[in-house]
Design a protein around this ligand. Structure first.
Ligand code: ADP
Length: 234
C-alpha cells in the first residue's frame, strides 16, 4: 500500500504541493496528470525520499518516508524524468552495479532477467551513451525493476519513444502493474488510457480529480483530454 498523507511542499515562497492525500493498492496503475509545474515531479521526489516534504508524510509498504527513508527505498523502483544513467558503462555492467547497490544475492541472474524483460538484448554491445532515447528508457526501467520492488514510480516513462517502443514499454508497465503499485506521470492522455486503471489530476499542487478512467469519463461524459483541459485551464 502507498499512502500519501496531507503532503505540502514549499520551495521558498512557492507552494509546489498543497495538502495532497491519496492511497494506492497493489494491482493499480495510477496516472498522475497535470500541466507543467503542477507538482508531479515534486511529489515523486518526495515519495522516493530525494527531497523531504514541508508537511505531511507518505507511508510506503508500512514505512514512513520521514522515519525510515532507507527502508522505504528498498520497496521502491524509480525512473526519474532525467534518467541519470552512467553513459560510459555497458548495459550489463550498469545493471550489475544497480543490483549490487541493493546487495542482491542473485544479481547476475536478475541482470539477465531484466535484459530479457525490457528487450535490451539487441543493444548489449553498446555503451549507454550510444543508446537511443527508447533504449535508455528501457535501461532506466530495468534499473527501477531490478530489486523487484513493490512500488514503481515512473516520471514520464514514455516521453520521446517511437510508436513501436511505446507499445513495448507500455506492456512492461502494464505487466508490472498486475502485482505492483505503479504511479506514473505523463502529459499524454493516450498513455493514460493505454496503461492506467486510475488517473489523478493535479493542478497548482492540488488534486482536482481522482478516479478510475471509466468513472472519470462516465461522470463527465467526455474524453480524458477535455476533462483534463476543463480542470486545469487557468
Ligand atoms: P511538474 O513535474 O508537474 O511539471 P514540478 O514538481 O517540477 O512540476 O514543479 C512544481 C512547481 O515547483 C513549479 O512551479 C516549479 O517551478 C517549482 N519547483 C520545482 N522544483 C523547484 C526547486 N528546486 N526550487 C524552486 N522551485 C521549484
Amino acid at each position: 500500500m502507498l499512502e500519501i498523507k496531507n503532503i505540502t511542499k514549499l520551495y521558498g515562497q512557492q507552494k509546489a504541493l498543497d495538502d495532497v492525500s491519496f492511497s494506492v493498492k497493489p494491482g493499480e496503475v495510477v496516472g498522475l496528470l497535470g500541466p507543467n509545474g503542477a507538482g508531479k515531479s515534486t511529489l515523486m521526489k518526495i515519495i522516493t525520499c530525494f527531497i523531504p516534504p514541508t508537511n505531511g508524510d507518505a507511508i510506503v509498504c508500512g514505512q514512513s518516508i520521514l522515519d525510515d527513508p532507507k527502508e522505504v527505498c528498498r520497496h521502491i523502483g524509480y525512473l526519474p524524468e532525467q534518467n541519470p544513467l552512467y553513459t560510459e558503462m555497458f548495459i550489463p555492467e550498469f545493471l550489475k552495479f544497480s543490483a549490487d547497490v541493493y546487495k542482491l544475492k542473485n544479481s547476475r541472474q536478475r541482470v539477465d532477467e531484466m535484459i530479457e524483460l525490457v528487450g535490451l538484448t539487441p543493444e548489449l554491445g553498446k555503451k549507454i551513451g550510444a543508446l537511443s532515447k527508447g533504449y535508455r528508457q528501457r535501461v532506466g526501467l530495468a534499473q527501477a525493476l531490478i530489486h523487484d520492488p513493490e512500488v514503481l514510480i515512473l516520471d514520464e516513462p514514455t516521453t520521446g519513444l517511437d510508436p513501436n517502443q511505446l507499445e513495448e514499454i507500455r506492456k512492461v508497465v502494464r505487466d508490472a502493474g498486475k502485482s505492483k503499485i505503479v504511479l506514473l506521470s505523463t502529459h499524454i492522455m493516450q498513455e493514460v488510457e493505454a496503461m492506467c486503471s486510475r488517473a489523478i489530476i493535479i493542478n497548482h499542487g492540488q488534486i482536482v480529480a481522482d478516479g478510475s478512467i471509466a468513472d472519470l469519463k462516465k461522470n463527465n461524459s467526455d474524453t480524458l483530454e477535455h476533462i483534463f483541459h476543463k480542470l486545469t485551464k487557468d
